[in-house]
Write a protein that binds this ligand. Structure first.
Ligand SMILES: Cc1ncc(COP(=O)(O)O)c(C=O)c1O
Length: 429
């Protein structure tokens, strides 16, 4: 029954996609033109964000609040991908240009706060997680600590390893009231057999930021590896993996970075490159091999985790997306997204019949806010909002049975007002 209602609302959505698309007049498909326009505006001025909104094909009457699920790409990015695809079809070349590849990695390294040699391009965060979780030398009985709020992309590779090799998974419930308690909860689970702490940097459930530096310090003090799943972070918030001192970090290009779909970035700290065994290898993974001599030397960099023919157009598109983000300024984005999320959060608290699940401590709230209604199941709320052309995400992960709302560069105060208005209507029903 519930599924039926959800499908019905999806059908409504797909019909609406046949309606004439209300295209923005002021969009740019050339980054230089966008650069010129944005450089004349001030991020404190609404015109700055209006110009940004106009760079996306999202219809004007559609309130898209699910960047945590998938980001929309600006025209400059899709145009770049199309151009590069056309070039490749004009002059098919099986080998991607490694010089350009390294330049893109340099930009990613700038965004991550690491060296380009520590970056591997992957298809998505799920792939990044799998590379590390499958490649780490873990044996039967070794323990991994994770939250009960991990995404399926973290849970499944770990469970798969548990099934295959007998590693043991130990979970803790993230405390949304007190960040220090989260450290205590992790510490309580650490034993002589613990090898890895695997946590989302920002949870996909309540949009909770976990205390990254403190968790990494705890892990290092205890001699453990630490993996921060950053699928929900770069593009929303400034990060610095060297400062965090984490061992592994991964993200998807197609969420907050606004990049092409099926792009991802994996960071592996230099000293861990020889520790993670590359399990899927091929052309580009090696720095020389000989079948006759039974020899194989991996690339000295994280390139060893890449293999086979690439679609370079996607990563050229990711480069443009990072340029686009840098032109706006990641600090400006964080400020903008947080302001919208904060306005939403504060108003939600006042609505009767609403339970807010995002952290009580402001420092750990992000651009994603999660709530549930006391008088209506989450899936009905999602379906109702969809009928009003407001797209949010149902959260069943961690058994939350709630609704998650994401705010990003293309959102504005009107989007906040629109969803709040509908939630108020639901609260009265
Ligand atoms: C915390 C977290 N990790 C991993 C993923 C998986 O991302 P992808 O499907 O792009 O690999 C998601 C997706 O929402 C996520 O929220």
């Amino acid at each position: 029954m519930r599924r039926k209602e959800f499908l019905k609302s999806m059908a409504l959505l797909s019909i609406s996609t046949f309606l004439p698309n209300i295209k923005a007049k002021n969009f740019e498909s050339n980054l230089e033109n966008f650069k010129e326009k944005i450089s004349k505006l001030n991020p404190l001025d609404g015109k700055f964000w209006k110009l940004i909104r106009e760079q996306f094909p999202i219809p004007k009457d559609y309130t898209y609040l699910n960047t945590g699920g998938l980001g929309s790409s600006p025209y400059v990015v899709s145009q770049k991908v199309k151009e590069e695809m056309d070039n490749l079809d004009r002059y098919p070349t099986p080998n991607h240009d490694l010089e350009k590849w390294w330049k893109i990695k340099e930009k990613c390294a700038g965004l991550f706060g690491c060296d380009k040699e520590e970056i591997a391009f992957v298809g998505c965060a799920t792939e990044g997680i799998n590379i590390v979780v499958n490649g780490l030398p873990l044996k039967k009985g070794d323990e991994v600590i994770l939250t009960t709020h991990e995404h399926v992309a973290g849970n499944l590779p770990l469970l798969n390893r548990a099934k295959r090799d007998g590693i043991v998974l130990k979970t803790f419930e993230p405390d949304k009231v007190n960040w220090e308690t989260n450290l205590e909860r992790i510490e309580k689970l650490i034993t002589k057999k613990t090898r890895l702490i695997f946590v989302s940097h920002i949870t996909c459930t309540a949009g909770q930021r976990l205390p990254e530096k403190e968790i990494c310090k705890l892990a290092k003090d205890k001699g453990l590896w630490v993996f921060l799943d950053g699928a929900q972070v770069p593009g929303m918030m400034p990060i610095n993996v060297h400062e965090y001192n984490c061992d592994f970090y991964t993200t998807s290009g197609h969420k907050w970075l606004l990049g092409p779909k099926r792009t991802g970035i994996l960071y592996v700290k230099k000293e861990n490159l020889d520790i993670v065994q590359p399990l899927t290898v091929g052309g580009y993974s090696d720095a020389g091999y000989s079948v006759e001599k039974n020899e194989l030397k991996f690339q000295p960099s994280a390139q060893r985790f890449e293999y086979g023919t690439q679609n370079p157009a996607l990563f050229f598109g990711l480069e443009t997306a990072i340029d686009f983000i840098n032109l706006i300024g990641i600090e400006n984005i964080w400020e903008h997204d947080r302001q919208l999320a904060e306005a939403f959060y504060q108003e939600l608290l006042k609505i009767p019949n609403v339970e807010v699940l995002s952290p009580e401590q402001e420092d750990f709230r992000t651009a994603m806010i999660t709530f549930k209604m006391k008088n209506m199941p989450y899936d009905k709320v999602v379906a109702y909002l969809m009928e009003k052309r407001i797209r949010v995400r149902p959260v069943t992960d961690g058994n939350l049975m709630a609704v998650r709302v994401s705010f990003h560069v293309y959102n504005n105060e009107m989007d906040v007002a629109k969803i709040l208005n509908e939630i108020k209507n639901l609260a009265k029903s």
